[in-house]
Design a binder for this molecule. Structure first.
Ligand code: CO
Length: 284
């Protein structure tokens, strides 16, 4: 009799526990205000929504400038703080936050600070908050990303054609080290592929002499960023005299551009989803 009562009590407690548990996901990107670039982020959001069933999935942009611009255009996107509060208001107790950044660098660190700030301000609102790493944190990630990106290169590329991927980078921050390893991995996998950065220390000027020395006559440019936004359209493929396209043409090369963000690639979504899952599995 006593044993039976304990069992019933245990069942009630378990039922109560699950009744009050609700999982929600928050996807966080730097953001873009370019319509043509947006599908890269929307595709990732769709993949998460499909996997989440009835659990809420929200998107937040960290860039104040981009959020303000989108709000003025009538397409507001939440900040990290507002999105966390919204998920709490929807009854979410177990929060998964996924960084949609490339490297564990400035933007990712900023996201961590935003999350801690919200939790500190609102103690006890969430039972668990787990943050998934950005795209490239392990050797395994790098191997997978190199394979996926090489497979995404234009089919019209002929043997001997060079490829230059445009990463973002930051010559004062930790992101450059991730991109240095990434550049080396690409070049090892395919000696006609280089990666240079638009704001990092591994600049266009570093890559140009190596590419010329390789004897390549034609080069394909493609962003190594989640969205093909302002940097891809202007700094990479723009008509200005300091765009990579113009500078490669000035060096006598034929230039083709593939303006598509990594967020458009299904296998990239799968890598982010795996990071979200790893963050959940890491802490019991
Ligand atoms: Co930038």
């Amino acid at each position: 009799m006593k044993k039976c009562f304990v069992m019933v009590l245990l069942c009630c407690l378990l039922a109560a526990g699950t009744a009050f548990a609700k999982t929600g996901t928050l996807l966080v990107a730097f953001g873009t205000s370019m319509d043509s670039a947006r599908p890269a982020i929307d595709d990732i959001e769709k993949a998460y929504k499909k996997a989440a069933g009835n659990d809420p999935v929200l998107l937040a942009f960290t860039s104040d400038i981009i959020r303000n611009k989108l709000a003025k255009e009538g397409n507001p996107v939440l900040s990290v703080n507002a999105a966390m509060n919204e998920l709490a208001a929807q009854g979410v107790t177990d929060l998964k936050i996924q960084s949609l950044h490339i490297a564990p660098a400035e933007e990712y660190n900023q996201l961590e600070r935003m999350v801690v700030k919200n939790i500190t301000k609102n103690p006890g609102v969430f039972k668990t908050v787990k943050v998934g790493y950005p795209l490239l944190v392990s050797e395994k990630d790098l191997d997978a990303v190199v394979k996926v990106v090489l497979a995404s290169l234009p089919k019209d590329r002929k043997p001997g054609d060079a490829v230059v991927l445009m990463g973002h980078g930051n010559d004062r921050g930790p992101g450059d080290l991730t991109l240095a390893a990434t550049a080396a991995a690409f070049h090892k996998a395919d000696p006609h592929v280089w990666l240079a950065t638009v704001e990092g220390s591994n600049s266009f000027d570093n890559v140009l002499p190596k590419l010329k020395a390789s004897g390549a006559k034609r080069v394909w440019l493609q962003p190594f960023m989640i969205v093909a936004g302002d940097h891809a359209n202007n700094d990479m493929a723009g008509a200005d005299e300091d765009s990579w396209k113009t500078m490669f043409e000035a060096a006598g090369l034929t230039v083709n551009c593939q303006i598509s963000g990594l967020g458009r690639i299904d296998a990239i979504h799968a890598l982010y989803v795996a990071h979200t899952k790893a963050a959940i599995d890491a802490i019991a």
